[in-house]
Design a protein around this ligand. Structure first.
Ligand code: NI
Length: 171
């Protein structure tokens, strides 16, 4: 496994719509392993392939506490097929938006269809933090960041600060 570089917003590669994966092959499995290693090292609880510069519909998630056994999800072509009307607010962050956090409202419970690392179709019903994290990562596949849920003013403040920090080489 190897650690990958995480793209920092603003970056046009984070705004692309990622392509569906046709075959879950060794290359896809290695990408998911590398993404998990990158995510754990960051540390983070979710990572989408566009964040490491790969425009494919692949995400990894693990919301287990540090003291717990790892519970990694490797999801290929994930799709939310059902979302509860009940919402929850989470103070979200993102490895591509370092050091900024904001409240985002999402469905409390979702049902996700995806393919696992063998290519087999899976259906997962998730709630709470797991649902929030999966929904956040799936949005990355359509070029949406959590800051896109904020007002234009707030979003621009954050993106301008990140741009400045990138130019200064401090992130
Ligand atoms: Ni993110």
């Amino acid at each position: 496994m190897s650690k990958l570089d995480i793209l920092i917003a603003p970056d046009p590669r984070l705004k692309l719509t990622a392509n569906p994966v046709e075959n879950v092959d060794d290359g896809v499995r290695r990408l998911m392993d590398d993404m998990l290693e990158t995510m754990y090292a960051a540390p983070g609880i979710g990572l989408a392939a566009p964040q490491v510069g790969k425009a494919v519909r692949v995400i990894v998630v693990d919301i287990a506490d540090k003291e717990e056994e790892p519970q990694p999800y490797r999801m290929v072509n994930p799709k939310i097929v059902q979302a509860s009307d009940e919402l929850r607010v989470t103070n979200e962050g993102c490895l591509s938006v370092p050091d900024f956090y904001a409240d985002v409202e999402r469905a409390d419970t979702i049902t996700v269809e995806y393919q696992d690392e063998t290519g087999a179709r899976q259906v997962l019903k998730a709630d709470g933090m797991l649902a929030t994290c999966i929904a956040h990562e799936i949005e990355h596949l359509d070029g949406v960041l959590f800051v896109d849920h904020l007002s234009l003013v707030k979003r621009n403040i954050i993106l301008r600060k990140l741009q400045k920090a990138k130019r200064a080489g401090t992130i």
